[in-house]
Design a protein around this ligand. Structure first.
Ligand SMILES: Cc1cc2nc3c(=O)[nH]c(=O)nc-3n(C[C@H](O)[C@H](O)[C@H](O)COP(=O)(O)O)c2cc1C
Length: 311
């Protein structure tokens, strides 16, 4: 599946993931209070298209009642799965006691899960990091959160194998994911962390026993990773690798999808963070990345893509 990626996993990124065989995508996290504001959810940007299912919507918050109302609204919008975020390590989120800061409050998390499960009929998942920090107390809290959630009938746990304090430093600990799967074989356990290469993704799924993996940074500027993962899972000798021309076509396709979502100027500006990642798969990454992100408007961007990708 494609992990929730705030500021990235909009309709365009999700559509490309799906085209390359990704089976489940998520929108970026939304604050529960925002999701309680129905006029906001009615904006075209947030609307879900028929072809997007199954899709999960992710919520962030600390109050059971607000989270439950927000989850109901998400279901009305058509989300197939509700995912509760107890993982975000961004300082502005932590300062308000949300996301990854909740991991030392197992009782509160359980209250939220209960309230949300009681409010919706669709599956409810939780996204977790493996603790607030590396202390023994944090580890105990993490396993308590998981056992409470399983007892409460959570439909799946997506676990990023880093602590909140770790942010994105060091490497993700997939041993904890393996341990969790061993303890709760009946629960869907999805691993997350350091999934950049298709063979490695499949290896991590197999060695941890996880039911799946949530690709995150590895899909930014590389939506074809899902097809590669499928190829590895199917034991194909030759793994799909788009040649330069095909890469250019995918970049153009992505840009066209973005044009449905953003104003022309914002579109080029917003696309830069993807372009700089797309450029990495070119055989002259330095020059290509530099020129792609320097394009000021659509015409300049299209010229640059034509020049480097031969289309
Ligand atoms: C730019 C960015 C945005 C993210 N947004 C979210 C989010 O909205 N919700 C969430 O649960 N995780 C979010 N994550 C975390 C990812 O889903 C994932 O768990 C994490 O990046 C680890 O996977 P990776 O090492 O393969 O990138 C985000 C990560 C990045 C890099």
């Amino acid at each position: 599946m494609q992990a929730p990626l705030s500021g990235y996993s909009d309709r365009a990124m999700r559509a490309l993931a799906r085209r390359f065989g990704c089976e489940l995508t998520f929108s970026g996290v939304m604050l529960d209070k925002s999701a309680c504001h129905k006029p906001l959810l009615k904006r075209d940007f947030y609307k879900l298209r028929d072809e997007e299912h199954p899709i999960g919507g992710q919520l962030l918050g600390t109050e059971p009642k607000t989270m439950a109302q927000a989850a109901q609204n998400f279901c009305e919008m058509g989300y197939d799965i509700i995912d509760l975020n107890f993982a975000c390590p961004a300082p502005k989120v932590l300062r308000r006691g949300r996301g990854g800061a909740m991991l030392d409050k197992p009782a509160k998390i359980l209250e939220i899960l209960r309230a949300v499960k009681g409010a919706v009929k669709c599956p409810v998942m939780m996204k977790l990091r493996i603790g607030v920090d590396e202390s023994e107390a944090a580890r105990e809290d993490f396993f308590r959160i998981c056992s409470d959630a399983v007892a409460e009938g959570v439909d799946g746990l997506i676990v990023h194998g880093r602590t909140t304090e770790q942010y994105f430093r060091g490497s993700a600990d997939w041993n904890v994911i393996a341990e969790l799967k061993k303890q709760y074989p009946q629960t869907n356990i999805i691993g997350s962390g350091d999934l950049f290469d298709a063979k490695d993704v499949v290896n991590k799924i197999k060695t941890s026993g996880a039911d799946g993996a949530a690709v995150a940074r590895g899909a930014i500027g590389k939506p074809w990773i899902y097809r590669q993962i499928k190829d590895v899972l199917e034991g194909k000798e030759e793994i799909y690798r788009p040649d330069i021309k095909e890469q250019g076509q995918i970049i153009l396709e992505h840009f066209e999808l973005l044009k449905e979502l953003y104003e022309p100027k914002k579109c080029v500006w917003y696309f830069r963070k993807f372009l700089s990642q797309y450029g990495r798969s070119h055989n002259q990454p330095g020059k290509v990345r530099r020129e792609l992100v320097m394009a000021e408007d659509e015409a300049a961007l299209l010229d640059t893509i034509k020049k480097w990708y031969g289309i």
